[in-house]
Write a protein that binds this ligand. Sequence first.
Ligand code: UDP
Ligand code: MG
Length: 321
Amino acid sequence: MADILYIVVPCYNEEEVLPETSRRLREKLEGLMAAGKIAPESRVLFVNDGSRDRTWEIITQLHQECPLFSGADLSRNRGHQNALLAGLMTAKDRCDMAISMDADLQDDVDAVDAMVEQYYAGCDIVYGVRFSRKKDTFFKRFTAEGFYRLMNTMGAETVFNHADYRLMSKRALEGLAQFKEVNLFLRGIVPMIGYRSGTVEYERGERFAGESKYPLKKMLSFAMEGITSLSVKPIRMITGLGFFVFLVSILMLIYSIVRWAMGETILGWASMICSVWAIGGLILLSLGVIGEYIGKIYLESKERPRFLLREVLEDRDGKAD
Ligand code: UDP
Ligand code: MG
């Protein structure tokens, strides 16, 4: 008996791409069903992340026209990571494996076959890894690769060049459900789940229509989020820095005492004021980094819900699959 696959697609203002995306995903599901690789109860689950355009109307319409499409509507816009989590948690009770994918067809739909293949070979998590960024602009490539390097040196271990295109088994999803953090960075959390994992390489295409919802500013804050929610390395680096500055100050002290003993006059004002500014800057920076963590603790301690669902489209015969 083949297993049930759910393809989870977060959508934020994606009315332009949905008709084509749904057509491609439907073809893929039907192909896999015909080949007996997945069960007939498999679905595409679109998650509407509080879109302001006609995205939800399109999803409901797709659901009415074809039983392969299902949908979940978030109470408001919560961002890609939370929307994805909402979709995965909704799919968890209905599927044996779930694949998360962007709505804009940048993730090669044909990599699904290889992922399902690896799932049957015993992998609980299969990461989609892009093998080249030829189609990205130099700027996007440069910033994105810098992003992964920065993440890794700061102690947030992620799979290189893997975004959120991945397959997770029911067991892995149940593992994910036990990570209760509010500051969600799935790319960092999923490797922590463990189990056997595999990778599938694919070529990442261009956005099919519409524009990116991840400009540089969002990417930088995403990196910051990722680092501070996964590792305490920045705080440790501050400790190291503090220790270093302390050593330097002791050397300076010894130097001044020696100069004083030799009867030399006090040195200029410039070097003094520079060090005051330098130390002041370092202190402010350190306070900022520590504040960032305290802010995270504050948010985590509130245990706010990570997403609220307004509606989930069920199959028309009334039973949840
Ligand atoms: N997305 C979302 N909520 C948001 C922003 C984006 O659900 O607040 C979805 C979006 O619809 C798409 C995916 O996240 O399916 C990736 O977004 P995008 O393609 O804009 O990012 P990029 O590929 O440029 O990094
Ligand atoms: Mg995209």
